[in-house]
Ligand binder design. Structure first.
Ligand SMILES: Nc1ncnc2c1ncn2[C@@H]1O[C@H](COP(=O)(O)OP(=O)(O)OP(=O)(O)O)[C@@H](O)[C@H]1O
Ligand SMILES: [Mg+2]
Length: 243
């Protein structure tokens, strides 16, 4: 069964149609890179998947839950679908450990000792177990972003959404974050990520979704879509990002 099914969704902000008849599915274990020009609807698509944005038409399913049903427990859904943004949004007054254990202890009522073990475990996965007692302002941007990833992993999501998580980082810090994503991909995590890192997308993504003017303009296996783009819009986009 598909993890996510998106059926002909429409998303409007007032008079502006931002997603216009978008349909796709996400299968378990897929790594999908969402690419496209600024304003094409990439972030909005990700936000709709975990119910951060209401939609005006169509349906989004996560497993057997209809995301855009008012009766759906969005808090439970968001435990299953983690999202990490460009800005890390760590709590500055809390240690790395507390940033990570807050949701598991409060939302999932996990015992403190178990939560500490979990924090260590997810920090190991992002290579930062030695920073468990640090505060966010003692970490580099890349380290903060890796803690933000660890914090999401602590909820043991079935899928992760990443929205340009390296865009705010200094160039020398981007690689360490991409390596964490690569390791997560290898571990089998289902991921959908908006990225401008085309080299990363080419190497790690199993599928590309190219958004243009609120539509999925092209999608398919990475080598095929990037190697032989079918539309002038994608040719033009790829030309602009490679320069
Ligand atoms: N909260 C909002 N209210 C009104 N319009 C919005 C809102 N959020 C996004 N939009 C508009 O929706 C369109 C798509 O925005 P979105 O953020 O999804 O684009 P994007 O592809 O992620 O772009 P970028 O690469 O710049 O992040 C844009 O025209 C944007 O101005
Ligand atoms: Mg965006």
């Amino acid at each position: 069964m598909s993890l996510v099914r998106i059926e002909n969704i429409t998303k409007r902000f007032g008079p502006l149609t931002v997603l216009d008849g978008v349909s796709t599915t996400v299968e378990p274990g897929e790594i999908i890179a969402v690419i496209g020009r600024s304003g094409s609807g990439k972030s909005t698509l990700l936000r709709c998947i975990n119910g951060l944005e209401p939609i005006q038409g169509g349906r989004i399913w996560f497993e057997d839950q209809l995301v855009n049903d008012p009766a759906t427990d969005l808090r439970r859904l968001r435990q299953q679908v983690g999202i990490v943004f460009q800005s890390y949004n760590l709590f500055p007054h809390l240690s790395v450990e507390r940033n990570i254990t807050l949701a598991p202890t409060v939302v999932k009522k996990m015992a403190a000792g178990d939560a500490r073990g979990l924090a260590l475990d997810v920090l190991k996965r992002v290579g930062l177990e030695d920073k468990i007692a640090a505060y966010p302002d003692q970490l580099s941007g890349g380290q903060q972003q890796r803690v933000a990833i660890a914090r999401s992993l602590a909820m043991q999501p079935k899928m992760m959404l990443f929205d340009e998580i390296t865009s705010a980082l200094d160039p020398e810090l981007i690689g360490e974050v991409l390596r964490v994503l690569e390791a997560m991909a290898k571990s089998g995590m289902t991921m959908m990520l908006v990225t401008h890192e085309m080299g990363f997308a080419r190497n790690v993504a199993s599928r590309i979704i190219f958004m243009h003017q609120g539509k999925i303009w092209e999608e398919g296996p990475t080598a095929k879509v990037l190697g032989s783009p079918a539309t002038p819009e994608l040719v033009s986009f790829l030309g602009s990002v490679l320069h």
